[in-house]
Write a protein that binds this ligand. Structure first.
Ligand code: UD1
Ligand code: CA
Length: 454
């Protein structure tokens, strides 16, 4: 397997994005386009990454640091040929160079591997695509034997060449042995006054190299993003591909066109996701899970048979089997539910360990809490975990009953089997099986005359 230099072009201005940030930092499914391209490139064996930056290059390089690519600056960009020329000194004398575009985010590893398999020291490989309308693209010019002779850019094409429907995707693989000399022969005598990388094709034909064409599995793979309309089209395309994959693995989606996965989702079988859910980071759901409409799940796992009802938000939480959550529940980082726990509407949890079968059904805040099994927390209960400076813990044993509208002032400790009377403000420990009242006694006055208007 020969060594590969992979040159990712990302110096362009992208003015049609109408954006203050670099075009290639705009995201598809939560990942900047340039990172998608580098990720795919990185998966190819035996390769070295070169990243060509220019416009807003510092911030592009910054967002890609972890790839450890060789960052090459292209100030005053003068075309794709100029861009690759700037990398020339860094290319190895043998092996191959693969060019990719930072604004063509959905290119597949598989397609690039087909290209590398077709390439060698005396072969140039082009990724081309047959388009209904190839306007704007460089065209693949073939001779009477159907051998590739050249690429002509739209602006330089004769009327006959402009009829050609086979378009250059810009992705090509060239043997370094020849590429370095071709790059030195490029000029800018063309309609745009640029150094065209595509001029090396005619040189390869002249030098008697074999020129092979490979084709992508779909047009979206080679579609570039120039504006936010195209960005949204590729986002939908990518979401569709992810949804199709998940459905084929045994997940039911109420509507794949209203499903958004920005990360990775592991699934069991026979789970169901209703419309308008956003799934971010690393999420796993087991078998027979039901996720209602409008839920947001981020970095969490949901056990078999659990039911997340509509409009719930779950972040960095672990949900065991057969739990019920929502509607309108908010589980913040550090929430852990044991099996059959229930979190109801307008309940917020944070760093809360909730035991098996325990229920917090309505309008409560449970934070920095360790709760045993089979606890019932009444409506409007608040763990007062914060004194304005420090946070404190609440510990609740098994089988506790907390009456509605109670405040548990942390640090708080409530023993197993205890009962808290409704409306209590608990400031002292409650022992096992005790009943705690912590509220003013009710007094009723007879013959009370209502105030009259003055
Ligand atoms: C290029 C190809 C054309 C092909 C088309 C596919 C050339 C001469 N033409 O045309 O055959 O059909 O892509 O989309 O190669 N870039 C730089 N530095 C530069 C110029 C460009 O980094 O000096 C980067 C851009 O940021 C972009 C990519 O290269 O990511 C392509 O540049 P673009 O200007 O879009 O090329 P086209 O003229 O569309
Ligand atoms: Ca382009």
């Amino acid at each position: 397997m020969s060594h590969k230099d992979i040159v990712v072009l990302a110096a362009g201005k992208g003015s049609r994005m109408k954006s203050n940030k670099s075009k290639v930092l705009h995201e598809i499914a939560g990942v900047p386009m340039i990172r998608r391209v580098l990720e795919t490139a990185n998966n190819l064996s035996n390769s070295r990454l070169h990243l060509v930056v220019g416009h807003q290059g510092a911030s592009v390089a910054d967002h890609c640091q972890d790839f450890l690519a060789n960052v090459v600056w292209q100030d005053n960009p003068k075309g794709t040929g100029d861009a690759v020329k700037r990398v020339a000194d860094h290319l190895s004398g043998d092996g191959m160079t693969l060019t990719l575009y930072g604004d063509v985010p959905l290119i597949r590893q598989n397609t690039l591997e087909q290209m590398t398999q077709a390439g060698d020291d005396n072969t140039l490989v082009l990724l081309t695509v047959l388009l209904e309308d190839a306007t704007g693209y460089g065209r693949i010019v073939r001779d009477e034997n159907n051998d590739v002779m050249a690429i002509v850019e739209q602006k330089d094409a004769t009327p006959a060449q402009a009829q050609i429907r086979e378009a250059n995707t810009g992705i090509l693989l060239a043997p370094n042995k020849h590429l370095l000399s071709w790059l030195s022969q490029l000029d800018c005598n063309n309609a745009q006054g640029e150094y065209y990388l595509t001029d090396i094709i005619a040189m390869a034909a002249r030098d008697g190299l074999k020129i092979v064409t490979v084709h992508p599995s779909s047009e979206s793979e080679v579609a570039g993003v120039n504006d936010r309309v195209q960005l949204a089209q590729l986002e939908r395309e990518w979401q569709k591909q992810q949804a199709d994959n998940l459905m084929r693995q045994g997940l039911t989606l109420a509507d794949p066109s209203r499903f958004d996965l920005r990360g990775s989702l592991k699934i069991g079988i026979d789970s169901f996701i209703d419309i308008n859910c956003v799934i971010e980071g690393d999420v796993s759901i087991g078998d027979n899970v039901v996720i209602g409409p409008n839920c947001h799940l981020k970095n969490c796992s949901i056990g078999d048979g659990s039911h997340i009802k509509n409009n719930s938000s779950i972040e960095e939480s672990l949900i065991a089997e057969a739990c019920e959550i929502g509607p309108y529940a908010r589980l913040r980082p550090g929430t852990k539910l044991a099996e059959k726990a229930k979190i109801g509407n307008f309940v917020e949890t944070k760093k809360a360990d909730i035991g098996a079968g325990s229920k917090v059904n309505h309008l409560s805040y449970v934070g920095d809490t360790e709760m045993g099994a089979n606890v019932n927390v009444g409506a409007g209960t608040i763990t007062c975990n914060y004194d304005g400076v420090n946070k404190f813990k609440t510990e609740i044993g098994d089988d506790v009953f907390v009456g509605s509208n109670s405040s548990l002032v942390a640090p708080a400790k409530i023993g197993s089997g205890a009962t808290i009377a409704a409306g209590s403000t608990i400031t002292k420990p409650v022992n096992n099986d005790q009943l705690a009242f912590a509220r003013a006694r009710q007094t009723n006055k007879d013959g009370w005359s209502k105030p009259t208007k003055k």
